[in-house]
Every structure is written in C-alpha cells, then in structure tokens.
Design a protein around this ligand. Structure first.
Ligand code: MSP
Length: 545
C-alpha cells in the first residue's frame, strides 16, 4: 500500500446513498466512478482516505416498489443492494464503507440526532399542504410542475396532493448562518454555477420544511411521536454520519464524529443540491455539528443528445456496458469526455472511437512498439544511462518535467478531463518524438547512445503517463507498470491506505512506493529488466446492428 504520510490530512468523501427502487443506473455509476478516482488519487499521494457509498432504503417510493413486487420492503432492499455491490466490483471501485439506511446502528444515530435538534427547539408540529413527487421524495411548488401536474424531473410521474399534519424543521432560523457559511467557506458549493444557484435560492428566503410523514410505515418512527415516520431525506443524509462509525463503536453521534468529520467532499448530482447544500448544513448546525467542507454538484448525462429515462426507453445499463467493454474503458470515457460539473452525453460510436484512439493507439501502440525496439536494440532492459544527462532541449523531456505538478493541480480541482488531456499531450508527443528520431535508422547508423537516449525518453513518458492515470484507469496503469518491469501493483496501491476496517480490504504484499518520486519525469530505473510486450488494450468494436 502507499505509505501513509502522517503530515497529510485524512480525506473523507461520499457518493449519494442511492435509492433501491431499482438496479443501479448510469447516473449512480457516474458519481461512484468519480468518487473512486478522487479516493484513489488521495490514497496514491499517501493520504488516509475513507470513501463512503451506500443505499437509501426508506420512504414511500421504496415502500411502493416493494408493494408492487408483492414482497416485504426489507426483502426488496436486500435484493437490490447486491446489484450495487456487484456493479462497484465490476467497475473496480473500492469503497471503504457501504452505508445502508436500514441498519440498526443507523436508527440509533437518527434518533439521537433528531432528539438533539428537538432539544434545540427546531422542530414543531404544523399542517403541510402541497404537491409531493414520490419519485423525488420532495414537495414541489406548483410553478415548478409541468402542465397537468407532472414532475419536471420525472415527467411521467404526477405530483400528489398532500394535506396532513407533519413535524417541521425550522430551516428559516438558519438563513443568516447559512449565508455566513457560504461567505466564509467560498468553496463550500462547487462548481461556481451551482454555488450561484444556491445563493439565489437562499436569497429568496428559506422556508421551514416537513421532516415527518403520517400514513407511512417504512422508515424510523419519530422518537417523540411514533405515529409519525421520519422523512426519508432527514434519515438518508444522516447515513453519511453513520458510515463513519467503526464496526465496534457504540452507535452514538459523538463516536461517529470522532475520526473523519468534517467530511471533505460530498459528490452529488445537481438535482439533489438543495438537500446537500442548504438542508444538510442547517440540520447539522441545529445539532451543534460543523458542516462538511465541500459539496460538488455534477451535471446530468444524456444519451445521443437526448434526456434518458425508462419511459423514453433509452437508458444505459452500466452492467452491460462494463461487461462489453471493461472497467477501464467505461471509467476513462466518463471521466475524460465529461467535464465534471457540466452536463455530458454518451454516444456509443464516440465511446469506441475515443477509447481506440487514446488507449489502444496512442498509449497501447506506443508502449508496444517501444518495448519491441528495446528488446531488439537494448537487450530488453531499460537503457542504462543517467536520465539527468538527456539533451535538455528535447521537447518530450521538457513536457514531462512539470507534468506531474500540473496534473496534481487538475486532480485537486476534480478536473479529470484536464488530467487526461495533459497526460495525452505527453503520450502524443512521445509518438511524434519516436517517429522524428527514428531509432531504427539511428541503430543502423550504429549510434547506440542516441538509440538508448531516445528509447529511454519514450519509455519514461509512457511510464509517467500510466502512473498519472492510475486513479482513472487503474487496471491499465498496472499492466503498463508490470511490462516496464516494476514489482508494484498500482491498482492495489490506490485501493487502500491503511486498514481502517475496509470491507474491500484484502492483504497484499506491497512494495512501497512514493508519489513524489513516481509522479516526476526521469524516475524509470536505468537498467531495469522489462517484461514481455503484450497489448495492454484490445481495440474495441461496435456491436453489429
Ligand atoms: N437517495 C437520494 C440521495 C440521498 S443522499 C443522502 C437519491 N438517490 S438516486 O438514486 O435517485 O440518485 C442518485 C444520484 O444519481 C444523484 O446524484 C443523481 O443526481 C444522479 N443521477 C440520476 N440521473 C442522472 C443522470 N441522468 N445523469 C447523471 N446523474 C444522474 O437521489
């Protein structure tokens, strides 16, 4: 594993806790791939990382789905949860905690938290009248609905009229405190466009919102009035807190907060921004808890330029996609092609073309042909030379020299497409360089020193590129490293930093590695014996119509 650097702060991050009304869709896969890449980046650098994902299992939507299937809700949830774990495994995603809101320990946390807010005087009983979208599990303003009373996010679902007694959370009391939070922590909501959205929503004046339901069994009873069930969102957001408990901990709020709080990053989609950037910090303030450090709202995916939906019959099945093309291909497409924060599109032809161009041709072929030449001209070992003596004016070396630092900045800003572009610029320069330098003709001219210098520079560029892409394509990066003769499994290196009771953790015997060394151009050990050249990424083909 990457040696932990005690000088680096721990890093905790979450995906949303996904509804289990159905098997995972591409939207959930997208957020979780992003989260995994962030987690791997911090682990590689030596941070201690806790990545949380999980499922949101209560509420009317889940209760109704189970009813339609004719099974008890818990049985339905247990059933669906497997498909999430299966997908995360297939996508090579390594979460440290999987938080299920039906867990016993979660009930204890929710009750204690509710009581804290109650004792603070921030919960009261009143009449709730309004339009409710069960699919969003959210009340909607009449003006937000489409013609005929349909929900804008679920255009095939009609909002339902509710007129019932509910407990309310005094959100309005936190107006000023929230405004101060947004000012004092300007990065709290990212990207900027989402921050502005939230600021203008808050500016209009916050209204209290109801946090209990009647006529609903599937959820936790309100501790002070068990006729009521706690609202699914109040319950679900606290799933992030429950996830922080170590397995042997007594489930108390204090224990949950002792190690990883405040959470560094909540990664979410833009549709659930208000819950995370407004309701959640206010709930925490009401319970005397510091808000998280950042909420990042990503965009929505479309398919072939059209909104996706079951009713439209154009969903993408992430399991099918990864079965056909492999985890690295799927991860690479979504992280490179979609600028995090913007909406993005999936198109299968573009998918295949990009993967073939970037990974099969530019990266894969460069490695393959260079290894072939090294075998022929340098006895199959990394040329034995002093990398600091390579010609200073080689553009390839100049490009490589500060690449690691630029890539780190892009990773820290969650700009994965920029990471890929930066690395690709080195890979493409490597291809151009080898064509221009033509080591095969240098060899014929018996210029062995030049041959070795050229091949070292190209191999090193491939190594650095693969290393820097580890968080995005861990499987492929590992393969490249093995072929370059390293006894280092980059995939495993970026999965865990320490044994914090990770559910996915398996014992590996790792050679230690240091990010500061591997992320710099010139690290490839001279004289290192290389492994057999094998294609690292087979060309993809579109399915025949
Ligand atoms: N259960 C809540 C979250 C509770 S967090 C305490 C929930 N679940 S969800 O399963 O409906 O949505 C999960 C995520 O998928 C959200 O971040 C949502 O933005 C995302 N997406 C749903 N459809 C999407 C696309 N078409 N594109 C990208 N992401 C999308 O909300």
């Amino acid at each position: 594993m990457s040696p932990q650097n005690p000088n680096l702060p721990p890093f905790s991050l979450t995906t949303p806790l996904y509804y289990v009304n159905d098997v995972p869709h591409i939207g959930s896969a997208y957020t979780t791939m992003v989260a995994d890449a962030v987690a791997r980046f911090y682990r590689l650098r030596g941070h201690s990382v806790l990545m949380i994902t999980g499922t949101d299992e209560h509420g009317q939507k889940i209760q109704r789905t189970a009813q339609e299937k004719g099974v008890p809700p818990q049985e339905h949830c247990d059933d669906i949860v497997h498909s999430f774990s299966e997908l995360w495994q297939k996508l090579n995603i390594h979460h440290d905690r999987f938080s299920r809101t039906t867990a016993d320990k979660h009930e204890k946390i929710v009750k204690e938290f509710f009581t804290r807010v109650w004792d603070n005087g921030d919960i009261y009983l009143a009449q709730q009248k309004g339009w409710y979208c069960v699919s969003c599990e959210e009340f909607k303003e009449e003006r937000e609905l489409l013609e005929g009373g349909y929900c804008a996010i679920h255009p095939n679902k009609k909002a339902e009229w509710r007129d019932e007694e509910n407990y309310f959370f005094r959100l309005s009391k936190y107006q000023e405190k929230l405004e101060t939070l947004y000012q004092e922590q300007p990065d709290f909501i990212q990207p900027m466009s989402r921050r502005n959205e939230v600021l203008s929503f808050v500016e209009q004046g916050l209204q209290d919102f109801s946090i209990s339901r009647i006529n609903l069994d599937w959820g936790f009873p309100v501790p002070t009035d068990p006729k009521h069930t706690i609202y699914v969102w109040f319950d679900a957001l606290l799933g992030y807190m429950t996830a922080l408990l170590d397995p042997d901990d007594e489930p108390t709020v204090e224990n949950a907060l002792k190690n990883w709080w405040p959470i560094n990053l909540h990664l979410i989609g833009k549709d659930i921004l208000r819950f995370h950037a407004v309701y959640w910090p206010a709930m925490l303030m009401a319970a005397g808890v510091t808000p998280p450090k950042q909420v990042f709202g990503h965009g929505f995916l479309t398919k072939d330029g059209r909104k996706m939906g079951k009713s439209l019959g154009n969903t993408i099945d992430p399991i099918d996609l990864v079965d056909r093309y492999g985890a690295d291909a799927v991860r690479y497409y979504f992280l490179k092609e979609i600028e995090l924060g913007q909406d993005g599109d999936f198109n299968e032809t573009r998918f295949v073309n990009i993967l073939n161009a970037d990974l099969a041709n530019d990266l894969g072929n460069l490695l393959n042909r260079t290894l072939g030449m090294v075998k022929k001209y340098c006895q199959g070992q990394v040329p034995d030379l002093d990398p600091s003596e390579l010609p200073r004016d080689w553009s390839l070396k100049q490009l490589g020299d500060n690449l690691g630092d630029r890539v780190v900045v892009a990773y820290e800003a969650l700009q994965f497409s920029q990471v890929c572009e930066l690395v690709l610029s080195l890979i493409r320069a490597g291809n151009k360089f080898i064509d221009e330098q033509a080591p095969w003709s240098l060899y014929k001219q018996k210029k062995q020193t030049e041959v070795e210098q050229v091949l070292y520079a190209v191999l090193e560029s491939v190594r650095l590129s693969a290393y820097l892409l580890t968080p995005i394509i861990p499987g492929l990066s590992s393969k490249v490293y093995k072929q370059l003769g390293f006894d280092l499994d980059l995939d495993a290196q970026s999965q865990n930093t320490d044994d914090h009771n990770s559910e996915m953790f398996t014992q590996h015997s790792f050679a230690e590695h240091r990010f500061a060394e591997h992320s710099q151009w010139g690290y490839l050990p001279p004289g290192q014996k290389l492994s057999q050249a094998q294609p690292i990424f087979a060309k993809l083909e579109l399915p025949r119509e």
